[in-house]
Design a protein around this ligand. Structure first.
Ligand SMILES: NC(=O)c1ccc[n+]([C@@H]2O[C@H](COP(=O)([O-])OP(=O)(O)OC[C@H]3O[C@@H](n4cnc5c(N)ncnc54)[C@H](OP(=O)(O)O)[C@@H]3O)[C@@H](O)[C@H]2O)c1
Length: 241
């Protein structure tokens, strides 16, 4: 492993070392994550960005903030920049207090009930839109993508997200566990960016997926990075076969 003194990004982020693929060496979040992705013929590419503790929890005190570090946050922000559109479950939007994202970022909030607070800055800024079913009532003046009669059809929602974000080729999911479980069930997760936080947290926090049908889906390792805080920044790609 090399000792890096290079700057990791425009801001002063802790230096990053690439452990895999070989050879090991200095790298940046941009170099590792802002890579080309190829959408499917019938739908955009779907990535999922999460941070988890050593014992598999994705939350401390009900939020992810206690698990991350500056490089982990930069991974999330980089993926938002690289993607054409973000999707996130309504529980995460309220629990993590989603506000106005960087200019140009569109965020689709997935809800079956339609019960989303559209008065928050995420929606007032024009960045947020709602992804729900045909029947749900959504209060407020907000863009809505309706897919599925009683429940959101996630496969169709991802395919039709171009109705809200024309030309979208890369959808980036940000959790939480329930939405992840549904994405897993629908076999929509092409890529997982998983930060492993160097701590045991105990408790009964959710895992990366929750509520999904038990199934095994293989992924290939695309990269492992680390920093002086002992975080591991991993990127996994769904097996093509
Ligand atoms: N460590 C991390 O990287 C990370 C990232 C994100 C979140 N988290 C944590 O995850 C926890 C939240 O997870 P969660 O599972 O409670 O919330 P969630 O998945 O963000 O939101 C759950 C809600 O989203 C909607 N939803 C989810 N899947 C849906 C589907 N297939 N179709 C239609 N609507 C769907 C439903 O909304 P309605 O009830 O409105 O129908 C559901 O109740 C929090 O503790 C948060 O901090 C951690």
């Amino acid at each position: 492993m090399t000792t890096s003194t290079t700057t990791n990004a425009a801001s002063d982020l802790p230096p990053l070392t690439r452990i895999f693929p070989h050879p090991a060496g200095d790298t940046t979040i941009d170099e590792a994550y802002a890579v080309e992705r190829h959408p499917h013929p019938d739908r955009p590419w779907v990535g999922l960005c999460m941070v988890a503790s050593l014992d598999g929890s994705i939350a401390v005190d009900g939020a992810s903030g206690g698990l991350g570090n500056p490089n982990d946050l930069e991974v999330l922000l980089t993926m938002r920049r690289v993607a054409d559109v973000v999707i996130v479950g309504s529980g995460t939007v309220s629990g993590e207090g989603y506000g106005t994202p960087a200019s140009g970022t569109r965020v689709g909030v997935v809800t079956n009930s339609g019960s989303v607070d559209t008065s928050i800055d995420l929606f007032r800024s024009g960045a947020g839109f709602v992804i729900t079913n045909e029947r749900a009532t959504v209060e407020g003046d907000v863009e809505i993508l309706r897919v599925g009669d009683d429940t959101v059809d996630l496969v169709a929602a991802v395919a039709r997200i171009t109705e809200i974000v024309p030309g979208a080729r890369h959808v980036q999911a940000e959790g939480g566990a329930t939405l992840n479980g549904a994405l897993f069930d629908a076999d929509l997760v092409d890529e997982l960016q998983l930060t492993v936080s160097p701590m045991l947290v105990g408790g009964s926090g959710p895992r990366v997926t929750s509520g999904a049908t038990e199934a095994t889906r293989g992924f290939e390792l695309a990269h492992v990075l680390t920093d002086a805080d002992h975080y591991l920044f991993t990127r996994w790609l769904r097996h093509a076969g």
